[in-house]
Write a protein that binds this ligand. Sequence first.
Ligand SMILES: *Cc1c(COP(=O)(O)O)cnc(C)c1O
Length: 372
Amino acid sequence: MTRPYNFSAGPAAIPEEVLAQAAAELLDWHGSGMSVMEMSHRGKEFISIYEAAEADLRELLAVPPDYRILFLQGGGIGENAIVPLNLSRGGAVDFVLTGSWSQKSQKEARKYADVAIAATSEADHFTSIPDAATWQLRDGASYVHICSNETINGTEFQTLPDLKALGSDAPLVIDFSSHVASRPVDWSKVGLAFGGAQKNLGPAGLTLVVVRDDLIGHALPACPSAFDYQLVAENDSMFNTPPTYAIYIAGLVFQWLKRQKETTDKGDLAGIAAIEARNIAKAKLLYDFIDGSDFYVNRVARDARSRMNIPFQLRDESRNDAFLAGARARGLLQLKGHKSVGGMRASIYNAMTIAGVQALVDYLKEFEREHA
Ligand SMILES: *Cc1c(COP(=O)(O)O)cnc(C)c1O
């Protein structure tokens, strides 16, 4: 039996191979007589799981040696406070607003830092990304924050801004929750990246932080110890009990990612390059269909469109409920859009297959034929 296709924005689909492996190992991990959930985080079994997960992620994302990989809790929303507590030094931080998540992040940071908005696309309802050449960056800012993929609004930075080229010495902080591991990261432009795991890496409860060494060790005195990057880094993410089962599942996802292969006109690709090629093909399949239809519409500027989260509307919104009911009946789950944008949203993270996107396009065609 094939499972339904799950278009949830998060918590989101996990590769079926990973779920099957986790199920097979649930009661007894590798002959240890224990479930991973039951192991000491300081025992040799879990340490081996942790070390493999970290090494695999470092290899997949090509994280340079002078960056630390931290496994935390608290989610992306937790990091909205934890990042300014660690990096702001109580001083100036600049935000670029491109949607709901960057908006939320700047509100939280105001509790700890002197926040200014360097640029915003709010005037066009967050359907575009402001040209970096127009950003108002302050001298001496502790960092500049962007959300590199806006999950709700469906915008994505196609390339990360080069702050040095814009005349700023500030490190760039990216919230990459909803497109981490969907494409390579140019670390030469990034000081810190954070993301919740539940979109593209694994289960909720695990938060990934990748941070350059020189940005560690400057936490404000009020920063909780469990969220002080220096203490977390010194203790290999075991200052307190980490989310062990979520790290284990993410580790299986990393192994799955390493196994991915695609043959393209650029040659044979593996790992993140393979998954990126597949993500490009999936997004193109869906956008091309929507753009060619008078029945559906995506209102995001073409040069700012996300490969991961594709909001779209029926031009006749009175058909929304019928659309969703028909989708569910065909095994196309969780397509309802976020209430702030309305309509539909297809989240097509790494675990979504081309076949799943094709099944959605086939349904879009069928529904249009029946209702146009
Ligand atoms: C989902 C999401 C978050 C929120 O993460 P929580 O785990 O709910 O705290 C933050 N930022 C972005 C871009 C997201 O997509």
